[in-house]
Design a protein around this ligand. Structure first.
Ligand code: GDP
Ligand code: PGA
Ligand code: MN
Ligand code: MN
Length: 607
C-alpha cells in the first residue's frame, strides 16, 4: 500500500502496514488497532514482524533520528547508546495508577483512578498524539512460546526505542500473532511518548479490561508494557483470578558438584541485587558449584501436577542496572552486555565505549556524561552515568543461561527468598518456621528506596514482597492469595529472608556480597533439602556456628557476627513499623498476619 510523500494518506491509517500488509486476520486485534489509530491519528501504522531485516531497518532509522548512538562496533558489536530526556530516567510511582471499578480494589498502597476518568483523561492526551509519526504495532509473548503459562500482549507505540527494547525483552513479532490466532485474549497496550512532559505523564492499568495506557514517558519501566505493567501489575491481578502468582522475583538454578539441581526464586526490590544474584559465579571455595539463570526480574509461578511450585520467566531479556556492574561483581553480566545491547543513560568514552560508576579499570579522565555533556574526572562533581542507567540485553547472551529457561512447564522451586536493602536490623539470613510465617516475612519486607524510582533514595519503606510498586490490586487481598496458595502447594518451598546490605558504623557494607552470597545460598539449599541444622530463635531459624561455610572468606569472623547480629531494640521498632503498615489495610488484612506480628513481639518480649 502506498504512503503518500506528504505523509498524508487517503487511506485509513490501519491499512498502511509499512512494508507488509496487516499480517493478522484476528478481528478483535484489527478492530482495536483501527480504533486506536483513529484516536492517535498517526501518519502510518507499521506492524512489526520481529525479523532481522526489520531490526536493521528500525535501528538505522533510530540512528538517523538521533534516538540511538552507535557505539564502538569493534568493542561492542551491535550495541547502541540512548540518552533519555533528563526528566524521564526512572519509574514514576506517583503517576502510576490502578484503574479498577472501585478504589478498594486497588487498595491503600496504589494510586487509583476510576476507569472512565482515566480513559477520558488519557484519551484526550492520546487524541492526535501520533500526528506526523508512525504507530508501531508490537505483538509479543510473555513466557516461553507455547507454554500454558504464556500470555500475549500487543503494544501500540510511537517510539522506535520502545520497539527495539521490546524486541529484546519479549518474544516479539509474527511469533506472537501466531500464538494469538483468532483469540480475543490479549493485553491491549497503548503508549505515546508525547512531548515527554511530566505534567502529562500517566501510567494507567485497567486490570479488568486487560488494558494498559501509558503516556508522556520513554523510560523502560513505564513504557516496555510487557514488563512491569503486564507481567506484574496486570499479571498479579490475573494470577489471583486464575490461581497463580506473578512475582517480582529472579529465578536461578544451583547445581552441586554431584549434578544435583535446586531452583530458588528471590524477591528483592528494584536495584537491590536480583540481576546480580541470578547471574552469580560462586567463589573458588565452591569448586564444582554452578549457578544457572532462569530469570532476573520476574517469575510467574503455578502449582504443578506434582504439587510443587513451578516458575517461568515471562521475559526474554534483561533490563539491568549498569552502575556497579563489573568483571568482579558480575562477570556473566559483562559478557551478556558485550554485544547486541541497548545502553540507556550511561556515560560515553572518547573511543565510543560505555562507562559507569563502578566499572572495571581506571576512571577515565574525560567522558561524555549521560546527558551528553563533557565530564572530567578532576572537575566534575556529578556522576557521569545516571545511577539508574540501564542495559537491555538478550538473555541468550548470558553464558550462565539455564537450559530450562524456556521450559514451558517451568522449573520446580525449592526455596523462596525475600531480601531488602537494610543498613541495620535485618541479619544476613533467617528461615521462616512455616509458609504462613514466610508470608509474614514477605508482607513486612522493608527496604531503602533506590534510584530505580523517581524520588528520594535511601529511605526505608515497607515494600511487601518487593511488590509495592507492582501489585495490580488490593495488597491485603494479595497477602490473602499467598496464604490461600498454601492449600494447593502440597510440596511447598521453604521461605527465607536475607540482607546483603547491612552496614558498619562508618557506612561500609559488612558482608562482601555478590559471589560470596553463595555461602548463604548453600545454607539455604541445604535447609530446603533438610540436610543441615539451624538454630531456632524467636525470629526463625538461623545458621548455627559452623553452618555457614566461611573458609577462604576475606572478612573477619567479627564482621560476619556483625552482619548476622540481631538487636532486640531494633526489632521492636521494626515490628512497630510493621504494625503501622498493617493498619493501612483495616479489616481487609488477613488476621493471621497481625497474629504473626503479635506472636513475634511476644516472643521478643519474653527475652
Ligand atoms: P536489581 O535491580 O534488583 O536487579 O539489582 P542489581 O542486581 O542490578 O543490583 C543493583 C545494585 O546493587 C547494583 O549497583 C549492584 O552492584 C548492587 N548489588 C547487587 N548485589 C549486591 C550485593 O550482594 N552486595 C552489595 N553491596 N551490592 C550489591
Ligand atoms: P529492577 O527492574 O528490579 O532490575 O531494578 C526494573 C525496575 O524494577 O524498575
Ligand atoms: Mn524489577
Ligand atoms: Mn535487575
Amino acid at each position: 500500500t502506498p504512503v503518500s510523500p506528504t505523509g498524508k494518506s487517503p487511506y485509513p491509517s490501519s491499512v498502511l502496514a509499512g512494508p507488509s500488509k496487516v499480517p493478522s486476520t484476528n478481528p478483535h486485534l484489527v478492530t482495536w488497532v483501527n480504533e486506536m489509530a483513529a484516536l492517535c491519528k498517526p501518519d502510518r501504522v507499521v506492524w512489526v514482524d520481529g525479523s532481522e531485516e526489520e531490526k536493521k531497518r528500525l535501528t538505522d532509522e533510530a540512528v538517523a533520528q538521533g534516538t540511538l548512538l552507535p557505539l564502538n562496533q569493534e568493542k561492542l558489536p551491535g550495541c547502541y547508546l540512548h540518552r533519555s530526556n533528563p526528566n524521564d530516567v526512572a519509574r514514576v510511582e506517583q503517576l502510576t495508577f490502578i484503574c479498577t471499578p472501585t478504589a478498594d480494589e486497588a487498595g491503600p498502597t496504589n494510586n487509583w483512578m476510576a476507569p472512565k476518568d482515566a480513559y477520558e483523561k488519557l484519551g484526550k492526551l492520546f487524541d492526535g498524539s501520533m500526528r506526523g509519526r508512525t504507530m508501531y504495532v508490537v505483538p509479543y509473548i510473555m513466557g516461553p512460546a507455547g507454554s500454558p503459562m504464556a500470555k500475549v500482549g500487543v503494544e501500540l507505540t510511537d517510539s522506535i526505542y520502545v520497539v527495539l527494547n521490546m524486541r529484546i525483552m519479549a518474544r516479539m513479532g509474527n511469533i506472537a500473532l501466531k500464538q494469538l490466532g483468532e483469540s480475543n485474549d490479549f493485553n491491549r497496550g497503548l503508549h505515546s511518548t508525547l512531548d515527554c512532559n511530566p505534567e502529562r505523564r500517566f501510567i494507567c492499568h485497567f486490570p479488568q479490561d486487560n488494558t494498559i495506557w501509558s503516556v508522556g514517558s520513554g523510560y523502560g519501566g513505564n513504557v516496555l508494557l510487557g514488563k512491569k505493567c503486564l507481567a506484574l501489575r496486570v499479571g498479579s491481578y490475573l494470577g489471583r483470578k486464575e490461581g497463580w502468582l506473578a512475582e517480582h522475583m529472579l529465578i536461578l538454578g544451583v547445581e552441586s558438584p554431584e549434578g544435583e539441581m535446586t531452583y530458588v526464586a528471590a524477591a528483592f526490590p528494584s536495584a537491590c541485587g536480583k540481576t546480580n544474584f541470578a547471574m552469580m559465579i560462586p567463589p573458588a571455595r565452591f569448586k564444582g558449584w554452578k549457578i544457572y539463570t532462569v530469570g532476573d526480574d520476574i517469575a510467574w509461578m503455578k502449582v504443578g501436577e506434582d504439587g510443587r511450585l513451578r516458575a517461568v520467566n515471562p521475559e526474554f531479556g534483561y533490563f539491568g542496572v549498569a552502575p556497579g556492574t563489573n568483571l568482579k561483581s558480575n562477570p556473566n553480566a559483562m559478557r551478556t552486555i558485550a554485544r547486541d545491547t541497548i545502553y540507556t543513560n550511561v556515560a560515553l568514552t572518547s573511543d565510543g565505549d560505555v562507562w559507569w560508576e563502578g566499572k572495571d579499570g581506571d576512571i577515565p579522565n574525560e567522558l561524555t556524561d549521560w546527558q551528553g555533556r563533557p565530564w572530567t574526572r578532576k572537575g566534575s562533581t556529578e556522576k557521569a552515568a545516571h545511577p539508574n542507567s540501564r542495559f537491555t540485553a538478550p538473555m541468550t547472551n548470558n553464558p550462565a543461561l539455564s537450559r530450562f529457561a524456556e521450559d514451558p512447564e517451568g522449573v520446580p522451586i525449592s526455596a523462596i527468598i525475600f531480601g531488602g536493602r537494610r543498613a541495620n536490623t535485618v541479619p544476613l539470613v533467617i528461615q521462616a518456621f512455616s509458609w504462613t510465617h514466610g508470608v509474614f516475612f514477605g508482607s513486612a519486607l522493608g527496604s531503602e528506596t533506590t534510584a530505580a524510582a523517581a524520588g528520594k533514595t535511601g529511605i526505608v519503606r515497607r515494600d511487601p514482597f518487593a511488590m509495592l510498586p507492582f501489585c495490580g490490586y488490593n495488597m491485603a487481598d494479595y497477602f490473602a492469595h499467598w496464604l490461600e496458595m498454601q492449600a494447593f502447594i502440597t510440596n511447598p518451598p521453604k521461605i527465607f529472608m536475607v540482607n546483603w546490605f547491612r552496614q558498619d558504623k562508618n557506612g561500609n557494607f559488612l558482608w562482601p556480597g555478590f559471589g560470596e552470597n553463595m555461602r548463604v545460598l548453600k545454607w539455604i539449599v541445604d535447609r530446603a533439602r533438610l540436610r543441615v541444622g539451624g538454630q531456632e530463635t524467636p525470629f526463625g531459624w538461623v545458621p548455627r556456628a559452623g553452618d555457614l561455610d566461611l573458609s577462604g572468606l576475606a572478612i573477619s569472623h567479627e564482621q560476619v557476627d556483625a552482619a548476622t547480629e540481631i538487636d532486640l531494640d531494633e526489632w521492636k521498632a521494626e515490628l512497630e513499623s510493621h504494625g503501622d503498615f498493617f493498619k493501612k489495610f483495616g479489616e481487609r488484612l488477613p488476621h493471621v498476619l497481625e497474629l504473626q506480628r503479635e506472636m513475634f513481639l511476644a516472643r521478643i518480649e519474653t527475652l
